[in-house]
Design a protein. Structure first.
Length: 311
């Protein structure tokens, strides 16, 4: 059976190619990968007719979806507010509720069987305040329950010979990026690039601009065989997260060494870094860039390409 000789990604490519050819597309307009896959399929058909079975190496791995998580939802209301919060477990939710209860314990002072001071135990403090049926207080109450957090429930098909999308594919993905504006009180604005969602919004409760990156929905071509997505996050000129390159560890060590060095030591460390290719200096603005940077990453608009090595 010819299909058994191909991995799922190649089969998907063949199906898409067949549809395009059926719609009378010019074969010369097919991508290089489509043409290579068609050639492999042709060789397989010829081999089958010749009673030969060519061997194709397994080049993909299958990554199962992560199990659903769980969060505890606490809703507390009174005559002045109705608040909903999320918690990692029941104990932390009860601790939050007990904190509120202790702050309004004076509401119970004088009632029979109620101590002047709230119990130290969170669960007992909540039980005494709201009662076993949660209805001791007029116009007050709470709900507490566990809720599953759904994740993208599909198996990923990831090439073992992983390669990050090339320049043309990356530019096309950037051009196809979509902005999703806030539509109601439950949504937040985000930008979607190749399935990666980047949320940036004002959080009045935290008093901060929050940035959240969601990679569970990233396209398969961005996922490495270990299930991770290469990610580099910068704030102004500072790289706050970088798992994108093999040189990341070297850069982390280099940063720590430079931070701890005096002027003389720093010069020696930089010279060693230049010699090892961990750093390269921009010939235009003289900014020291990490070895894997393709162009100058200095604070200005320089962006001069990395000089090619000369023999």
């Amino acid at each position: 059976m010819i299909a058994a000789l191909f991995n799922p990604l190649d089969i998907e490519c063949l199906v898409k190619t067949a549809v395009e050819l059926w719609e009378d597309i010019d074969p010369s307009d097919l991508s290089e990968r489509q043409q290579d896959t068609l050639n492999c399929a042709r060789d397989a058909m010829l081999a089958e007719h010749a009673d030969q079975q060519p061997s194709f190496p397994e080049v993909v791995t299958f990554i199962s979806p992560r199990p659903a998580g769980q969060a505890w939802v606490l809703r507390r209301w009174d005559r002045h507010e109705d608040v909903v919060t999320l918690h990692a477990d029941e104990d932390s939710a009860l601790a939050e509720l007990a904190k509120y209860v202790r702050g309004v314990w004076d509401n119970l002072v004088g009632e029979e069987g109620v101590p002047d001071q709230p119990p130290t135990g969170d669960r007992e403090a909540v039980r005494l305040y709201y009662g076993p049926e949660r209805d001791n207080q007029p116009d007050e109450g709470y709900n507490l329950y566990a809720e599953d957090i759904a994740r993208r429930g599909r198996t990923r098909i990831v090439p073992l010979d992983y390669r990050f999308p090339d320049e043309d594919a990356s530019e096309q993905a950037n051009r196809d990026a979509t902005f999703h504006p806030q539509t109601d009180d439950n949504d937040l604005p985000c930008v979607e690039v190749d399935g990666v969602l980047v949320f940036a919004y004002l959080d009045h409760e935290a008093g901060a601009v929050r940035v959240s990156v969601h990679i569970d929905s990233a396209e398969d071509r961005l996922v490495r065989p270990d299930g991770t997505v290469p990610l580099r996050v910068e704030v102004e000129d500072d790289v706050v997260l970088d798992n994108s390159a093999e040189g990341t560890r070297k850069r982390d060590v280099l940063t720590r060494l430079l931070d701890a060095a005096d002027d003389r030591q720093e010069q020696a460390i930089r010279e060693a870094a230049f010699a090892a290719g961990v750093l390269w200096r921009c010939p235009t603005c003289q900014w020291d860039n990490p070895g894997e940077a393709a162009c100058c990453e200095g604070p200005g608009p320089c962006r001069v390409p990395k000089p090619k090595k000369t023999s």
